[in-house]
Design a protein around this ligand. Structure first.
Ligand SMILES: Cc1cc2nc3c(=O)[nH]c(=O)nc-3n(C[C@H](O)[C@H](O)[C@H](O)COP(=O)(O)O)c2cc1C
Length: 312
């Protein structure tokens, strides 16, 4: 048995344990958001719901975590390696350039993470050179996107590794859809997996606007179309989805359709993580009236400005 060497060998041996990666956040006494990357996250108890993270007694943000009443944990997704690095090393404002939202206690939650936990302090315990912070889970949510892995000081992603091993599908699926707004509500269709804006399967990516327009009219809905809002083109899965912004005059009945108030939209279950991300962006951008066009494969992509307008 080797004598524990906290500086190298033991650290290396501990590092052989594969974990996910989280960002743990709170606010300073002055109200500034702060956070750090942590892989010491552990679920502790279901009843009461408890989790823990271990904080080095040397970290700069320790005083805030010693005083706070609430904190939050965001489990990072496989696309968020840059956020992990930022919250582990950057010494400026880690939240500038990071998309986040406050939970009901004002604690920062990292957007597009795999899961979020809003916690109140249950217990603090000093153990050696770390503080064990036990949180009572007051709220949580999940996002169905694969998590980021960490082992032996390197990142990995089971999702990306699995999809790289699979051959690309020879048959592609094309969908055209529309986010249709009327009087502060958006038309959503119920599916077995959750809500999604109305769409139609098409045979190619050519003529998608005419296809969704005709489809809506066949279902009795007359829509005025605005710009393209999102194009997801994923050769790995074969999915190609294009969504337009649109408005209509009245809440016309629609098959399996429901007009959901925009303010209540994000409390609904969505048919897929991509649809959730798109609708979340819509809700946020609608507040400013400045909309963007997403171009990507659903995992990675960019949002390009569309300019003002589109808001009724
Ligand atoms: C993947 C990863 C996991 C980490 N896990 C922890 C952890 O569980 N606890 C900890 O105290 N530091 C952990 N760190 C280091 C902190 O994120 C890092 O020291 C950070 O800069 C602390 O922030 P602060 O000093 O600004 O408070 C981790 C770093 C990485 C890259």
């Amino acid at each position: 048995m080797t004598r524990p060497d906290p500086n190298s060998n033991l650290r290396q041996a501990f590092g052989a344990f594969m974990t996910g990666v989280t960002v743990v956040t709170t606010r300073t006494g002055g109200g500034l958001p702060i956070g750090f990357t942590a892989n010491s996250f552990t679920s502790v108890s279901l009843d009461p719901p408890l989790l823990l993270v271990c904080l080095s007694l040397n970290m700069h943000s320790l005083p805030a975590f010693l005083e706070c009443e609430h904190f939050a944990v965001s489990i990072l997704s496989e696309q968020q390696q840059d956020i992990s690095n930022r919250f582990a090393s950057y010494m400026g404002d880690r939240f500038a350039g990071t998309r986040w939202q406050a939970d009901s206690f004002g604690m920062p939650l990292i957007e597009a993470a795999t899961a979020w936990f809003s916690c109140s302090i249950h217990q603090r315990m000093e153990a050696g050179d770390h503080l064990i912070l036990i949180g009572q889970v007051e709220n949580f949510a999940t996002n169905e996107v694969p998590g980021l892995g960490y082992s032996n000081q390197g990142y990995f992603s089971l999702g990306l590794e699995r999809s790289a091993a699979e051959p690309p599908p020879s048959v592609r699926s094309y969908r055209a859809g529309a986010i249709i707004e009327v009087n502060g509500t958006v038309l959503m269709q119920e599916t077995a997996q959750g809500l999604q804006p109305p769409f139609v399967e098409v045979r190619t990516h050519v003529g998608v606007l005419a296809a969704i327009d005709t489809h809506l009219q066949q279902n009795g809905l007359d829509a005025a179309f605005g710009p393209v809002y999102s194009i997801v083109d994923n050769p790995q899965t074969g999915d190609y989805q294009v969504f337009f912004l649109a408005t209509t005059q009245q809440q016309h009945p629609y098959p399996q359709g429901r007009f959901v108030p925009v303010d209540a939209l994000m409390q609904e279950p969505f048919a897929s993580p991509n649809i959730r991300t798109m609708m979340q962006r819509y809700v946020l951008e609608r507040q400013t009236g400045v909309f963007g066009l997403y171009l990507g494969d659903g995992q990675a992509g960019d949002v390009h400005p569309l300019g003002e307008g589109s808001k009724d």
